[in-house]
Design a protein around this ligand. Structure first.
Ligand SMILES: [Zn+2]
Length: 336
């Protein structure tokens, strides 16, 4: 288990340790921050710190019995509450039976004579029933029992849960801190700014993005959008050229490029997120209504892909056909 926090978490790490040493930890703490900012690493490191029997310089030692059991996934005083598999799919909610199991875990005494730690992730997966089952325990979990709740979407969290947690002041790292961390990990460090902008400042998301198929192929897709928009290429020929790229990746690329182009069209002074793609300016010159309608079509395509049995290839074909129609109506031809 990684017990080191990210550089931008050192301030909050020091605060958590001060509270721990002073035995003034809240019963329940809410780690609310955008996805890709490393809050699970912070929670894991702090859980390890709480369960370690001989911490070194405020960090879990990695060698004691507590650290060994935690690394082996068998620590008796550590519990993770997350949605479970539901047949083939992972459920989106934490069920009431799971919440009840945590309540009885919290009612026991620690087996290793230290803290008991319960991680709930994502906390917004608690529905009304499972949240209600937890409320009393969250308020009074008993001696040295600490809940760490994680969420990307604090507004999706039930108010009854939120009001029982101490909100940790987690914020996005500054761009400088994020880039300092990101650059050495990239095979093309010059892409760091673009990646961070597209990941809206979340460094881990930016790193993951550097390997995402849609990110790698978005330049080719932009070329194809412009070619179809200008009539130089046929929509279904373009669709066929991307047949090997997963539909969800294609839709993500469409949305990201169109979103950026719409922003540019509305406010040409605003920074371009796809700053390495000079042709994005050409996309932004297309009629805003046409771009917005296509953006909406891409959102709809994502919904069809997620929630219906419509074949992915059909969804993508229709997106291209829409684009060809929309750009050819009313003289919205792309200048090339
Ligand atoms: Zn240890």
């Amino acid at each position: 288990m990684l017990t080191d926090v990210y550089p931008w978490q050192r301030g909050i790490w020091a605060s958590l340790n001060r509270l721990l040493v002073a035995e003034r930890l809240p019963h329940a703490m809410l780690f609310a921050a955008p996805a890709g900012t490393g809050k699970r690493r912070l929670a894991d490191a702090f859980a390890a710190r709480m369960l370690c029997q001989s911490p070194v310089a405020d960090t879990a030692c990695g060698h004691c019995r507590g650290c060994e059991l935690l690394a082996a996934g068998t620590h008796p005083d550590y519990y993770v509450l997350s949605p479970e598999g539901d047949g083939e799919k992972v459920s989106k909610v934490i069920k009431i039976d799971q919440a009840r199991a945590v309540v009885s875990f919290a009612a026991q005494t620690a087996q290793m004579q230290g803290y008991r730690v319960i991680i709930i992730e994502p906390a917004d997966a608690l529905n009304t029933a499972s949240a209600n089952a937890l409320l009393k325990t969250l308020e009074e979990p008993g001696q040295r029992c600490v809940f760490l709740l994680l969420t990307d979407q604090p507004t999706a969290l039930l108010a009854t849960i939120r009001s029982r947690c101490q909100l940790l002041p987690l914020s996005l790292p500054s761009d400088d801190d994020a880039l300092t961390w990101l650059r050495p990990q990239l095979s093309a460090p010059a892409m760091a700014e673009t990646l961070l902008a597209l990941a809206r400042g979340a460094p881990l998301a930016a790193l993951a993005l550097s390997e995402a198929p849609w990110f790698i192929q978005r330049g080719t897709l932009l070329d194809a959008l412009l070619a179809v928009g200008s009539g130089a290429d046929q929509p279904l020929t373009a669709a066929a050229a991307f047949a090997k790229m997963p539909a969800i990746e294609q839709i993500t690329a469409w949305q990201s490029l169109l979103d950026d182009a719409v922003q540019q069209g509305l406010a040409p002074e605003s920074p371009v997120r796809h700053s390495d793609l000079p042709l994005l300016k050409q996309l932004a010159e297309i009629n805003a209504q046409c771009l917005l309608e296509t953006l909406w079509q891409a959102v709809e395509a994502r919904r069809l892909l997620d929630d219906t049995n419509v074949a992915a290839a059909t969804i993508i074909d229709n997106l291209w056909l829409h684009w060809a129609r929309a750009t050819r109506q009313g003289g919205h031809h792309v200048r090339r």
